[in-house]
Design a protein around this ligand. Structure first.
Ligand code: ADP
Length: 558
């Protein structure tokens, strides 16, 4: 059967002639079907800008040129054997493949690959089923194309929300698998997604298939004549993470050692009630005390969920654009920030949390939390019903109980053509550390001409400090300034022992380079594993700074 001829791509894969690329396309089409192979051939394919109408081929928030990180084509496998066959083909032809699930990956590079011309392996398009929900044992088994919206909707459609909730991040359009593999976070007590995953099914770079943890032990009732990916898994696969022997899951997270085709995720039992609250703190220099009060409460889990402490502009940006607050292009001064807080009835710092359990349990928790934070003069306490028009608070009320939305996108529109980048260092959960990170990141942001928008997301013993660098996508000078700023922040943070938990494509090499204890021992280990599993170096070369030996000669300059 004749296949239609494909157009020329904007970017060819490295070391690949046009003829070889077209040969690849023909063979890939035979595996996944023509309708699942799309060549990135023209600028008209690079126009998507919206979260809900996302690009699967370039980074919608690019800080370099749009074409610097671009797929040559996307290939969407229909099933697990399709993924395996594509990996075998990529090995044979030595063409790099970059998997993504939904491809949103907001602020970290979107669906785009590190090496231009890679094959974008669109895992989410066809493999998008919730395979199982066990509400009694409280877990789900999902495929790559299941978004947080989808998983939530599944629970709603099957009347399961009174039994279990699925945690979700700020925005619901990401893939449960993609976000978890990147160690993204949400806000219920199950907010650490990687901690709450249980069991992976992975296609290795050579095309072989592995189940981790208890998944390695066959289910005695499984039909052994079925292909492995269809065999009924061990009944404890989603119940106990570790199985026996080395626990391999970690080598697939923020990594380029395998492609996840199924993942188990723990669901949170419905706690029998919840109460979202907001506490506002009037002064910029309240930060130190807020965090000091927070630590013992969080470590002992009196603060039950992942709470969020926003500086005033994060909340303000949800309510309006920059131009709705000021006509000036000068940076906002402290006096102006105070005025914005006053106008919105908020503090310079605004703390959002949630209490879970039946009313009598919540009452006890609330008493302790309120008493503790009342030590800060001027602290004010609110429930969502006190502020029905407060977008941030109303949205968080939902996020805190696993109901996803996209409202948080509003703050990206702070500037026209809003693009953004996250500088996301981990901080000790102490007032001094939070204050020191705030001082450095705000000072440098302002020196580079950016208003400071920052949020502290509190894990159990640390803070994910998320500094949002917002820029105008259509302003190349501003984009360059944002890039210069974040490079400086990465270096200065590392000099003080602070490292990022995640990074944009353009910054992965630099961040990886800061994790260099004992002459880069960690990277040497990562490279050894990479080269052993993927000797041709075809799976996501350069991801998180891990380059295979086959890319020694490749020009990594960006
Ligand atoms: P989002 O879930 O935000 O839409 P992506 O789907 O783009 O994000 O995934 C983010 C990153 O996670 C990808 O760039 C890729 O490195 C990794 N990833 C996503 N899906 C998989 C997968 N199925 N297997 C391995 N890595 C994946």
């Amino acid at each position: 059967q004749a296949t239609p001829s494909h157009p020329e791509p904007i970017s060819l894969p490295p070391n690949t002639s046009s003829a070889k690329f077209h040969d690849f396309l023909r063979r890939a089409s035979a595996i996944v079907g023509d309708e699942n192979v799309v060549v990135v051939a023209g600028d008209d394919q690079l126009q998507q800008q919206d979260y809900m109408d996302r690009s699967k081929v370039h980074d919608m928030f690019h800080i370099l040129e749009k074409k610097d990180f671009l797929h040559s084509c996307t290939v969407a496998p229909k099933d697990v054997p399709g993924v395996q066959d594509i990996m075998r083909l990529a090995n044979e032809m030595e063409i790099p493949v970059w998997p993504f699930s939904m491809g949103r990956n907001l602020g970290y590079g979107g669906a785009a690959p590190r090496v231009p011309g890679s094959i974008g392996l669109d895992m989410g398009k066809n493999m998008n089923k919730v395979l199982k929900v066990d509400a009694d044992s409280a877990y789900a088994l999902v495929e790559p194309g299941v978004s947080f919206f989808d998983l939530h909707q599944y629970l709603v459609d099957h009347d399961l929300r009174d039994k279990v909730w699925a945690d979700c991040p700020d925005l619901g359009g990401g893939s449960v698998i993609g976000n978890t593999m990147e160690r993204g976070i949400g806000y219920t007590p199950y907010g650490d997604h990687w901690m709450m995953h249980c069991g992976l099914e992975v296609v290795l770079p050579d095309g072989s298939l592995v189940r981790t943890g208890m998944g390695a032990l066959p289910n005695p009732n499984a039909d052994k004549s079925a292909p492995p990916h269809e065999q009924e898994p061990n009944e404890c696969w989603q119940l106990f993470n570790y199985g026996f022997g080395p626990h391999h899951d970690g080598i697939f997270s923020q990594a380029n050692n395998g492609i996840v085709t199924k993942m188990g995720v723990w669901l949170m039992p419905n706690p029998g009630g919840s109460q979202t609250y907001m506490i506002t703190f009037p002064r910029d220099d309240d930060l130190n005390r807020i965090v000091e009060i927070m630590r013992p409460l969080r470590v002992s889990m009196i603060l039950q969920n992942v709470p969020k402490l926003d500086n005033i502009l994060v909340s303000a940006a949800m309510e309006g654009t920059r131009s709705s607050y000021t006509n000036s292009s000068e940076l906002l001064t402290d006096a102006e920030l105070d005025a914005i807080a006053e106008k919105l009835g908020l503090g310079r710092w605004n703390f959002y949390g949630c209490i879970y359990g039946p009313p009598e349990v919540r009452e006890v928790f609330w008493k302790v939390i309120k008493e503790a934070f009342s030590q800060i003069p001027g602290a004010k306490f609110y429930f969502p019903e006190d502020r029905p028009h407060d977008k941030a608070l109303q949205t968080r009320k939902n996020t805190f109980i696993g109901i996803p939305s996209i409202t948080e996108l509003d703050w990206v529109s702070w500037l026209p053509n809003g693009g953004h980048l996250f500088f996301a260092p981990i901080a000790k959960l102490t007032g001094d550390d939070a204050e020191a990170q705030y001082e450095l990141t705000r000072r440098r942001s302002e020196e580079y001409g950016f208003d400071f928008l920052g949020a502290f997301l509190v894990g159990v013993r640390e803070i994910h400090h998320i500094v949002c660098i917002l820029f105008d996508r259509e302003d190349p000078e501003m984009r360059t300034r944002a890039h210069e700023l974040i490079k400086l922040l990465i270096q200065e943070a590392a000099d003080r022992g602070w490292g990022e938990y995640r990074a944009h494509l353009a910054l992965m090499d630099q961040v990886a380079g800061t994790y260099n204890f004992n002459d880069g021992a960690h990277m040497k280990l990562s490279e050894k594993i990479k080269d052993a599993l993927d000797p041709k170096g075809i799976l996501s070369p350069g991801k998180n700074g891990v380059w295979p030996m086959t890319y020694k000669q490749y020009n990594k300059q960006i």
